[in-house]
Write a new protein. Sequence first.
Length: 290
Amino acid sequence: MSSTSHTNKGAIPAIALNDGRTIPQLGFGVFQIDPADTARAVGQALDVGYRHIDTAQMYGNEKEVGEGVRASGLDRGDVFITSKLNNGFHQPDDARRAFEKTLSDLKSDYVDLFLIHWPLPTLYDGDFESTWKTLEEFHRDGRARSIGVSNFQVDHLERLAAASDVVPAVNQIELHPYLLNEEVRTYDHAHDIATQAWSPIAQGNVLDDPVITGIADELGRSPAQVVLRWHIQRANIVFPKSTTPARIKENFELFDFELAADDVAKIDALDRGEAGRTGPNPDVFDRIPT
Ligand SMILES: NC(=O)c1ccc[n+]([C@@H]2O[C@H](COP(=O)([O-])OP(=O)(O)OC[C@H]3O[C@@H](n4cnc5c(N)ncnc54)[C@H](OP(=O)(O)O)[C@@H]3O)[C@@H](O)[C@H]2O)c1
């Protein structure tokens, strides 16, 4: 099972992955950060102490993530970088070319983690198994230190399990207090797949919930810190996005306080199921780049 332990990277716990590697439980997301601002934001995050950056081909800012990491002066090996295969590149030769572009854009000969971004079950005759086997090649040749999936539902994970002995190291799914996504998280946990929570503060939508502001007031913490701490205590991997320097710092300050079990339970109870989803439903999402 995935478990937490302490790394030498400050106070950020590490989650053990099923392939023997570890990932910092807290990272920095760069979705919707303008490429012109990405190197600056990544540089600030690394300066504050983040050592895990979550990008994707779809975000159009891998080059600038690479620039920010190099400009920080940190060794490449000290920063965990995730990227994701863009929709429209699922067929093996397309995936191979797209992966090579990720490496050349990052100016790195490897990524720490590479994911299938969306399962796209209604496209390519629903074939994401051959895409997964192509990611296995990247893992075998060492250019992707770990491989995983994103937005995979339970039936998608079951299909992968039937087609391959390689279990995804992670499944990155929408998960926050309004969408607990418990069925997928339970499957992940039972199969030693680490769950990554995207949009961990629901793009800000949960921050004025009275339950959350009430706990924040009691603890003298911000609502974002309370929600992110809730994720940490539930063993989710998170990478909040912000371009605001004060928030980048605030979102990192999660390891000098704790939520009581009944506060965790109160936040759990905010789950709205499907009604809480803010992004696309993976069963029907089929957008590919034009
Ligand atoms: N795999 C997928 O399909 C998928 C989908 C979506 C996201 N992701 C990943 O998950 C990461 C995080 O998700 P996200 O970017 O969608 O949303 P998020 O991290 O839940 O929220 C980001 C929003 O919250 C604001 N914010 C951040 N910190 C705050 C704070 N302390 N107080 C108040 N507001 C705050 C940000 O504003 P400012 O920037 O203006 O400060 C921004 O508008 C992404 O960057 C990406 O890496 C993956």
